[in-house]
Design a protein around this ligand. Sequence first.
Ligand code: PRX
Length: 657
Amino acid sequence: MSSETGQSTSRKIANVMQETRVFPPSQEFTTQAVIASESQYQHLYKSAKSDRDGFWSDLAKSELHWFKPFESVFNREGHVVSWFGGGQTNLAYNCLDRHIENGLGERTAIIWEGEPGEQRRLTYAELHREVCKFANGLKSLGVRTGDVVSIYMPMTPELAIAMLACVRIGAIHSVIFAGFSAEAIADRNNDARAKIQLTSDGLWRRGKNLPLKATVDEALKKSPTVEHCVVLRRVGNEVPMQAGRDVWWHDLVEQASADCPATPLDSEATSFILYTSGSTGKPKGIRHTTAGYNLWVKQTFAWVFDYKPDDLFWCTADCGWITGHSYIVYGPLSNAATVLMYEGAPNFPAEDRFWDIIERHRVTILYTAPTAIRAFIKWGDHHVEKHDLSSLRLLGTVGEGINPEAWMWYHRKIGGERCPIVDTWWQTETGGIMMSPLPGITPTKPGSCTRPLPGIVPLIVDEELHAVDVDQGGMLCIAEPWPGMLRGIWGDDERFVEQYWTKVPGNYLTGDNARQDADGYYWIMGRIDDVINVSGHRLSTIEIESALVSHPSVAEAAAVGRPDDLKGQAISVFVTVKSADPPTELKDELKAHVRKEIGALAVPDDIRFTNALPKTRSGKIMRRLLRDIAAGKEEIAQDTSTLEDYSILAKLRGDEE
Ligand code: PRX
């Protein structure tokens, strides 16, 4: 068996993956499952397809609180869609107040563990109180419905509290992963026109504390729209506070009242924007709504994670990514679930931290990323074997395809061969999970995200827009609208239409290649566009290239992904410099430059200097050739007929780092 190539190299995409193992769920799991029979799935799937509006209308009525009932279910005018038009609801209300009204105020909402080892437990009633107080604090700083709040914080309960406080009053949050640089924060703040910045004095990472406030201070010099900065005390660092602008979190909430009724918000009100990489240099602010997003994450959480009230659900993502938004905060809390939230690194103080956490807290459902699983494999089984993982009953993965051998390890070593694995395929844009096994019924195949959830109608087409045959790769589209779909790119309608709705008219273009096998199972084959998936996070090649070119010594740069055992893809860059003889220190300087411009996650793994880049006659850099070179392929099995200067290839191959 060979692993999939993940790359579109010709019009028809070759499928080289042959995986024949099938793992049905145990009878024991099936008997207790939320979706417990194939006929139940078929019924749901068919109802959602044949009567879309009726299906979603019933669920919206039963699953969400409505301050004002909706008048229509789905409307589309051009590219503007709306779900549950005329209705008013509130995400924070559905995550908190509703459960308290149902007598669940004393249920634990969040169990938090800090990297140094502290623990906190918040019931739904306590979380509600904290959210109300912070929401009032935001109001006292002048935050109003529709204002954008930029959040750059560690994984503490206050991060979730901040998100919920924003949506409670109709403020729009833009969470920026706390590994991004000052430049990246400023770019996002300016694009979003953020009014308030939230941060902390620092964050714990592998025993060190990182100075978040210092990064934010840099960013705020270039973020003219930001009026105030709220600082959470987390690590105890001394930080300068700018009079009139900066305020401590604890001072803000000390005086604030715990009475803050949720604002009734239109179904289509923007709940948050979240920046993700696209195929141009500028990150795009993906815009999600209130009612449709809420319903989608609530329902997908219930279906896919088979949640029961005595479960303890742990999603190891960071709230800076969509996975944290949808499956740490909004999906689980809408379902009155108990979530575990962990602040720090998986290898601190030792490589068994995750297994230690699972054993001590008796975690029942673990949702993590293939990149983490590959690291665990590398660190060695003895870290796992020291711990009792018998509390686990279900495992999940997200962020990238999982290679079948890593899947088998997860199944055997972590799942003890008894836990179903849900390989969930989705995107920042889709809001929630789109394709995944249903753990009680779907026989799994290692490496496949199996089948679509009810309401999701995938379509795979070739370049001529014809539906492809079984086992043929092509562009993955979604043919029907679903409630959690993105509604736009913040401030850039044109790009929204062009990126997602133009190439395959009438269908949502995912940007992924996929194939469907003879059993109807879907296999994701990687990205179509120039996006690299590093450790489960999307980085656009052009963003990295633009950062490189902004260095005074660089004339031109091309960034490509190459296979990497640990990260999935590593970043290889090819750089032409202005001087004839680049000094060797320039490589380190360029790495530092990218770290400053974008953040550590975008730092190239290897840099090659070259006199020229291979280009087509129309001047486009031939990244697919560079991909092969970066991957160390001897033979270039690619069409080079449009290559302008073939000799460049030979030179590039000889110029190893
Ligand atoms: O290429 C797919 C890959 O990650 C992309 C979405 O990245 P992002 O918006 O950052 O969201 C990640 C978390 C949802 C997809 O276009 N991807 C995500 N999950 C899978 C996957 N590829 C294969 N299998 C998956 N389960």
